[in-house]
Design a protein around this ligand. Structure first.
Ligand code: PLP
Length: 321
């Protein structure tokens, strides 16, 4: 049976004292049901947030202090480093490093992405775990079915649940999972005090999406695999990045102009941002990331459509490159 959808913001005290649920900014039953399921998937204690960035913000505010430095994986999700820039007035600093090797000495928090969006490198987990600083791994592009950061020695596993976990492009959500009870309590406190809390509807939609996560991911991955091979053999494609699993790949055409022509020529694949949903999406990341990203890079998130239909659309769009 689906979890009950309880939209209450407050619940009556029991015999004059707060029961397990009293005010939804702390916890609510639908959120706790989603957290239980997410915790099982990641192998720890999960906290739900209203977006992936809500999870990133809560982790940063809880685990960092003014003057501390975050070592962020190069080529990882652009929005994360934009947020860290935005937090500079609060004394946070960040540096980029190549996550396929050891993090820089002196970093106070290591921020990995498995695999990185959109450059699709995988972190060296052993090198990160050997560093004295705590390690956060954003595994949005892998999902907990493919990478479990806590088992790899990380302190926090983080996901934008907006993506493949919910899977239908109809809800924003985020999750951070930890094994350490003190860290769980500290994150929960920041979330409650700051009100960075997902509502019951978001939790319910996420739970419904999780019911089909395994079959969606298997099919999206099989199609992504086939498309990566076909793209690699196409004369207009210079580089294909695909880590061998996941629904996400990126490839380069000659330059920024060619990338924009391919985008506009698409008929079936949506020319839109985001990833992990049931409908395939392609976009030039250069429009958001500037010089951080090759001008000809196109990021393709593979959905549930038929592989041949997707290839036909890509092939006709690449003719415009
Ligand atoms: N982490 C990764 C890897 C992402 O791709 C994104 C969004 O694209 C986020 C975090 C942020 O998630 P949200 O958009 O749910 O805030």
């Amino acid at each position: 049976m689906p979890a009950p959808l309880d939209r209450s913001a407050a619940w009556p005290y029991e015999n004059g004292a707060p029961g397990p649920f009293s005010y939804a900014r702390a916890d609510h039953p639908t959120g706790v049901a989603a957290e239980r399921r997410l915790g099982e998937l990641d192998g720890g204690r999960a906290l739900l947030f209203p977006s992936g960035m809500g999870a990133v913000t809560t982790v940063a505010l809880t685990m960092l202090r003014p003057g501390r430095t975050i070592a962020v994986a190069a080529g990882s999700y652009y929005g994360t480093s934009v947020l860290f820039d935005h937090l500079a007035p609060w004394g946070l600093r960040w540096v980029e490093f190549d996550q396929t090797g050891p993090p820089p000495a002196g970093a106070d928090l290591i921020w990995l992405e498995a695999p990185a969006n959109p450059l699709l490198t995988m972190p060296d987990f052993a090198a990160a775990a050997a560093h004295p600083a705590p390690v956060v791994c954003d595994a949005t592009v892998a999902s907990p079915l493919r990478v479990k950061p806590l088992e790899q020695g990380c302190d926090v596993a983080l996901h934008s649940a907006t993506k493949v976990l919910a899977g239908h492009d109809d809800v924003l959500a985020g999750v951070a999972t930890v094994s350490d009870d003190a860290l769980f309590d500290a994150l929960h406190l920041t979330r409650r005090l700051a009100g960075i809390v997902a509502g019951a509807d978001a939790a319910w939609l996420l739970l419904r999406g999780l019911e089909t996560l395994e079959v969606r991911l298997e099919r999206q991955e099989a199609t992504a695999h086939a498309l990566a091979q076909r793209l690699a053999a196409h004369p207009a494609v210079e580089t294909v990045r695909y880590p061998g699993f996941s629904f996400l790949l990126s490839f380069d055409v000659a330059d920024g102009g060619a990338a924009l022509r391919v985008e506009r020529a698409l008929r079936r694949i949506e020319n839109a941002t985001s990833l992990g949903g049931v409908r395939s999406k392609l976009e030039s990341r250069h429009r958001w990331e500037g010089d951080r990203c090759p001008p000809g890079l196109l990021r393709l998130s593979v959905g549930l459509e038929d592989a041949d239909v997707l290839w036909a659309d890509l092939a006709q769009a690449l003719a415009a490159a």
